[in-house]
Design a protein around this ligand. Sequence first.
Ligand SMILES: Nc1nc2c(c(=O)[nH]1)N[C@H]1C(S)=C(S)[C@@H](COP(=O)(O)O)O[C@H]1N2
Ligand SMILES: [Mo]
Length: 428
Amino acid sequence: MSSSDILPRSEDRAASGGLISRRWLLRTGLAAVPASVVATQVSADQLRVPDWSSTPGLVQSPYGQPSPFESHVTRPVLGLFPEGIGDGSGVSFTPLEKLAGTITPNGLFFERHHSGIPEIDPDQHEFVIHGMVRQPLRFSMSDLLNYPMTTRTAFIECAGNSLFNSLDEAQQRSAGEIHGLIGNAEWTGISLATLLQETGVDPAGTWMLAEGADAAKKSRSIPISKALNGDAMIALYQNGERLRPEQGYPMRLVVPGWQGSMNIKWLRRIKVMSGATHTKDETSKYTLLQKDGLARQFTHELGVKSVITGPSYGIGPVRKGLQQITGVAWSGAGRITGVEISADGGQSWAAAALQAPALPQAMTRFSIAWDWTGGSATLMSRATDETGTVQPTRSDWYAPYAAGQLYHQNAIQSWAIDAKGDVSNVYV
Ligand SMILES: Nc1nc2c(c(=O)[nH]1)N[C@H]1C(S)=C(S)[C@@H](COP(=O)(O)O)O[C@H]1N2
Ligand SMILES: [Mo]
């Protein structure tokens, strides 16, 4: 192929603002940017021999750490209360813009604690299923480790994610600080349905209360159908290793696609009930006040959502020419079936390529080629899921609600690029 075969032609333009059709990627087999565009030409005799190639390196270690050159890749931490008030309550964010692929590394998975991270001795931890059951049962960790386990990939997203985009003024913060109350992991554990079969469930037991062993005793009511249909898991492992303390060691509930707060960490009991319990954690939070004065409660399933992570605020400046736009999409309702990208603030859209496999209730990576000629641009991504639901614009999302609402906000994110290539967060 000559370089004129490689570079996009005018018929490869998919939308205004320099977006290139997926067909171009398929035709050239290129990952968006031909090497001739970015790399420096060399001849073989110019191969350098750096110091690390001439002396032996470090010895092996019992537990690996990232390269010291990657020490800037950390979770931004936000305490929600001044020292001494609400001890241990706070969040840290997944640095979405610094990650690739779809799996969130365990050390960078966002955190949301209401009373800090309890240090739990697994040998003393007990998990009880009781309430409207035939036989209440207590499980030790060694009991649980003897059950057959299943593995699935799922995201966990806090209902308060994107809170910095619910303020009146667009905040100049990174993709991770705005949208990083989400992590995507491969969870391994025991199907809750298996354990409920053993205790037996009274047919009138339609809800369950799940409670954690932390000082907050975080608890949520969950329709039991989510467990009986095989969807809920008592997770013991995350990305192949035992849960981290901050993710609920030694065990947490995972309810794929539903509000983060229902994924109870440090799980100590499940009580089968005939209705919702209306605990402090579900009456003081997670409701949405509508314009008609009524509040929506128990919005369990999270909406279809996406964010462009590259380019995004704090990354850049964007350089001119052919490059890749990339980001992640997810939906509580199932698989992501499409992501469209706009470079002109939503006037025209082009389909992005999705990285296979697009798993249900899991992050899917998307990318598209973009030829930026240097004019101002506004980048947006709009995801669609397998139910046909399309991610809303900000005005569509806010339309039914009273001012100041923030939970379950899944509106389209917009990044403006100025003539210098600097990226800012804008509301469109
Ligand atoms: N026991 C307990 N479980 C909990 C919480 C908590 O504070 N205590 N926080 C909840 C909230 S609000 C969210 S968003 C998720 C966060 O999970 P992560 O910290 O593993 O990211 O855990 C949920 N489970
Ligand atoms: Mo949350």
